[in-house]
Ligand binder design. Sequence first.
Ligand SMILES: NC(=O)C1=CN([C@@H]2O[C@H](COP(=O)(O)OP(=O)(O)OC[C@H]3O[C@@H](n4cnc5c(N)ncnc54)[C@H](OP(=O)(O)O)[C@@H]3O)[C@@H](O)[C@H]2O)C=CC1
Ligand SMILES: O=C(CO)COP(=O)(O)O
Length: 355
Amino acid sequence: MPEQNEPLKHGAEEPVHDVAVLGGGSFGSALAKVLGENGHRVHFWMRDEVQAEEIRTTGINSRYMPDVVIEGDILPTTDLGSAVNKAEIVFVAIPSKAFRAVIKENSGNFPQGQIVVSLTKGIEANGFKLMSEILQEEIPQCRIGVLSGPNLANEIANRELTATVIAAKDPQVRNKVQDLLGCEYFRVYANVDIYGVELAGALKNIYAIVSGLASALNMGENAKAMLITRGLAEMSRFAVSLGANPMTFMGLAGVGDLIATCTSSKSRNFRVGHAVGQGKKLDDAVAELGQVAEGIYTLELVKERAEELGIYMPLVRGLFEILYGDAPISAVINKLMMSVQNSDVEFILPRTVAE
Ligand SMILES: NC(=O)C1=CN([C@@H]2O[C@H](COP(=O)(O)OP(=O)(O)OC[C@H]3O[C@@H](n4cnc5c(N)ncnc54)[C@H](OP(=O)(O)O)[C@@H]3O)[C@@H](O)[C@H]2O)C=CC1
Ligand SMILES: O=C(CO)COP(=O)(O)O
């Protein structure tokens, strides 16, 4: 593995690109680090001047990534307009609840044709909008992409081998992102199914919470495999009914991210589920986490949407009853286990029995 201070990718012959990363949390920091190490000039926007000054002077983001030095030509700033204005490409890692507000307030600063890539794995409550749709609405002058995959921020920041997916209709957008981000420890695969890649990233957070619960209850490996696989069946059923391509769920953004987050306590969503499984109240579990766990909001929105559309999502319903309805976990598990037995892969054998 490469040593910390060793330059990774960039040779003198490769051009330096000005890029912007919006959001000074775990994932923004991890991506800024990759881009910095790849030799690019990174305009790294965050809203907190104290945090910006700390990164400027020490290279450390002590709140979100205390053990990592963000090296390279990193320019932390609280001036979003100037960060965006100087950049060829912008990566947005703002939690879904604040995503639209930040983009909308600064929409005039994004130049015509600029590439803007969402890293955010969530859904907007009002109208069930995905982040790419928000970008399309607020900055239609830009070319849009979505990055998603099994991408635990800390592992990337520690240069552990990782792959991700860039989804965009425009091949130039896909190529550019592959070129800027790819390096010895980070591979970028491509897809055109923006909606599928984006929905996969948001939906898997729900099943990471379920898996955290299962882990706290010391369930066996069979049970964990059942939950992950039925989670995959459920999320692809939902996404396909909204227009996504089912094959996307076979890829890194689907099954790949599901494996990473459903099997690891490095996932914040998994940790929230684990804490609830140990008897903590949801609010306490979230407060203790101190970082975003998008799945708890996505759960409410997906449950509502699935009911509106008549989509069968028993894991979503069960988790909702536990987190928001105070239902006993054992009763929910029993109901799930005793429900009608049905098709394994419904794209081969359609589900025939009404639940
Ligand atoms: N961490 C990970 O492993 C991965 C995360 N993601 C996704 O990336 C997105 C961001 O997550 P992540 O970085 O981990 O989250 P964190 O909880 O680590 O950090 C959240 C960041 O968002 C900032 N923020 C919150 N509200 C606002 C606002 N109103 N205006 C400006 N900035 C705001 C916070 O700033 P402040 O500190 O000032 O509150 C902080 O910098 C999420 O959707 C997540 O699902 C995707 C892949 C991997
Ligand atoms: O999306 C992630 C990894 O791919 C991060 O998951 P958490 O938000 O649960 O930490």
